[in-house]
Design a binder for this molecule. Structure first.
Ligand code: GLA
Ligand code: ZN
Length: 671
């Protein structure tokens, strides 16, 4: 277990560095991440490099036992580079230029930007890559943040055309057929006629342009980030071999296919700001943790973790005593081996003056520092137990960026039918039952899972359908969500009864689909086998079972009242459920608890209090259960198994009390 913090030596007088190092050491912090925004201090004039100050800081912290993770400084760029290339900016889909002044705003396909970015990474890694205190690298910082993953400038136009030429083997007829450009006379005679999708007559590019074009542009834009990352990874590997390379991802940020990006990284890290989404007495949604861990099906680092209230203009409520520590343990419970806070000390100037660090602007250690210090002592003590342990999930959630993007450009309807909301809904329902899921891609090792939940396989190439069917044939339980099997990989709708290539495994077909949520005031419901009624949202796939498939839930409402909403189909050694609509949380929980998990052999915890989250890490035959109380009141919870409470250093039996924002880590079994 490692505790770290983001530190910006360039923000503070040199005389202060030593005080900071000492305070960090006393708090048990053993990693600092530095330099990811320091391009101008590292290359103050074109071609003049200065790594001396950074090396001095690295060595100083090293003397205090604090090792450095270095960030390459390419997310922001010096004014002199801007001056050299007035066209370095990104362009929005409405043609507006994203002016200099924030970050991530250089076009990644601008040859000048790319060349200078490569050069500073070369120089930096050559200068510092062998320093014994440099133990890992972060490429850039949060690729795509602030809506910068998609650029519509002329450079990107050129790069997009080359990307398309490769994808379609230089065959414009193939592109025309795949995108269906015959519609509205949009056929191209040559790749050179293609542009990134720009805003149209009265619509944005996202909802005005050909969906095939938009989907491929989203894929291309994601590939650009992946390629930029890979370029830096290769340079770092050359000059600084043996140090793990990571990038700090943004959880559920959706404009980059994180599975692709992660293939070039040694370890996934990410930035965790739970207060952005949650300030209630309930657990923050676990999906971001489960996706980050699922990217490589491996433990992760949290590169940035909220260290106080954050905000750029106004800011979030201050995490009450214990909550920062609790969020850190939530991340550990869900697979993080390092928690690094953002940031050490609140900056006195700049747009992030109010994105608070562990210390306020004055730099005097106070309550939040003491909380981090407590965590530091605990991490040291827990390391012997938890190092090398991993989350072993029995359930997978199929997370698919193509489907997400196809639904981004054509959401079908609103009110609950949203890719991330649906994935979140399933994951949160599992969490209420004490079940942990990895969010994974279709290419992951699916044999680890007893149950695989696909929120919507909206884009379903034949290989995906085949892998899902194979999963079920081999004994897995598959849940398919609404609007599955609808689109081919380039965005055309299949020429078959839905769910197209998934019909055989699903054991049913879709007779009609209905976006009932477009009717104001209409409340759709489904009736479960135990005769409870649950609200349904979004839309309804009205199902017809085939062969020996059985109906589980039925619709209550509209002209298809009484018709199947959920169908169960035994197939090979496993079974598949097609769930034709979006059920309210209680409906999902009931369905999983009684309809799905017992048959699949996944144990659940019943009656978990709403404020309590449970997750497990295992090593060898030993399982560690984490019980996290996300409320400001003490709560009593029944344990999955008795064992030994590691933090309290005491045996625990059938139940324990958890203090407000408290955590219990139970090594299960005998002492
Ligand atoms: C992100 C960035 C940091 C900082 C914080 C707060 O996570 O990586 O540089 O900007 O957000 O805004
Ligand atoms: Zn561009």
């Amino acid at each position: 277990m490692i505790l770290g913090v983001a530190y910006y030596p360039e923000h503070w007088p040199r005389e202060r560095w030593e005080t900071d190092a000492r305070l960090m050491q006393e708090a048990g912090i053993s990693r600092v991440r530095m330099a990811e925004f320091a391009w101008h201090r590292l290359e103050p004039r074109e071609g003049q490099f200065d790594f001396g100050w950074l090396e001095e800081a690295i060595n100083l912290f090293g003397r205090y036992g604090i090792q450095t993770i270095l960030g390459t400084p390419t997310p922001t760029y010096p004014a002199w580079l801007h001056e050299m290339y007035p066209d370095i900016h990104q362009v929005k889909s409405n043609g507006q230029v994203k002016e200099w002044g924030q970050r991530q705003d250089a076009c990644k396909n601008h040859p000048g930007y790319r060349a200078y970015a490569r050069r500073i990474v070369e120089k930096m890694t050559a200068a510092l890559g062998q320093n014994p205190h440099v133990v890992a690298w972060q490429t850039d910082n949060e690729f795509g943040c602030h809506g910068t993953a998609r650029c519509h400038c002329p450079n990107c136009g050129r790069a997009f055309r080359s990307w398309l030429r490769r994808r379609f083997n230089n065959d414009i007829a193939a592109l025309n057929a795949a995108w269906g450009t015959v519609f509205w006379s949009h056929e191209y005679d040559d790749f050179d006629q293609i542009w990134p999708p720009m805003d149209t007559a009265d619509r944005t590019a996202n909802d005005g342009q050909n969906p095939g074009l938009v989907l491929d542009f989203y894929r291309f834009s994601s590939d650009v980030q992946v390629e930029m990352n890979r370029e830096q990874v290769e340079i770092i590997r050359r000059h600084s071999p043996g140090r793990p390379i990571t990038h700090n991802l943004m959880g559920l940020f959706h404009q980059i296919d994180y599975f692709k990006l992660a293939t070039d990284l040694d370890i996934v890290s990410w930035d965790n700001y739970p207060f952005l989404a949650n300030n209630t007495n309930r657990p923050p949604a676990p999906l971001a943790h489960d996706l980050m861990r699922g990217l490589k099906q491996k433990p992760v680092w949290v590169m940035e973790q909220a260290s106080g209230p954050g905000g750029w203009g106004s800011y979030a409520a201050t995490p009450p005593p214990g909550q920062m520590r609790l969020w850190a343990y939530q991340a550990v419970a869900r697979g993080a081996d390092m928690i690094s806070f953002f940031r050490w000390r609140s900056c006195r100037w700049g747009r992030e003056q109010y994105w608070h660090g562990i210390l306020y602007h004055h730099g005097i250690p106070q309550r939040r520092y003491e909380e981090v210090k407590q965590l530091g002592a605990e991490f040291r003590a827990l390391s012997t137990e938890l190092d090398g342990s991993e989350v072993a999930a029995e359930v997978g959630i199929l997370y698919d960026y193509d489907s997400l993007w196809a639904l981004e450009t054509q959401p079908n309807t609103g009110d609950g039918f949203d890719y991330r909301a649906m994935a979140n809904g399933w994951d949160a329902a599992l969490a209420r039952l004490g079940v942990v899921a990895d969010a994974v891609s279709i290419d992951a090792d699916l044999t680890r899972y007893k149950v695989l939940i696909a929120p919507s396989v909206h884009v379903c190439p034949p290989a995906t359908a085949e892998r899902l069917a194979a999963f079920v044939r081999a004994g897995g339980t598959l849940i398919l969500g609404p609007r599955s099997g609808v689109k081919e990989s380039e965005g055309a709708i299949v020429d078959a009864l839905l769910p197209g290539p998934l019909r055989e495994v699903a054991g049913c077909y879709v007779e009609e689909y209905d976006a009932f949520s477009q009717i104001p005031g209409l409340e759709m419901r489904v009736r479960c086998p135990a005769n409870h009624l649950y609200r349904a949202y979004g839309l309804a796939d009205v199902l017809v079972p085939e062969g020996d498939a059985e109906v589980s839930h039925r619709y209550e409402g509209r002209y298809y009242a009484g018709k199947p909403a959920v169908v169960r189909h035994a197939y090979g050694k496993g079974c598949c459920f097609y769930v034709g609509t979006v059920m309210e949380p209680a409906g999902l929980i009931g369905f999983l608890r009684y309809g799905v998990l017992p048959g699949a052999g996944v144990a659940v915890l019943s009656d978990l209090p709403e404020c309590v989250e449970v997750s497990y890490r295992s090593r060898g035959g030993t399982r560690y259960a984490f019980y996290l109380n996300h409320s400001d009141a003490a709560v009593k919870v029944a344990l999955a198994r008795p064992g030994f409470d590691l933090l309290a250093a005491a045996a625990v039996g059938d139940s324990v009390e958890i203090p407000p924002f408290g955590v219990r880590i139970v090594r299960e079994g005998g002492l």
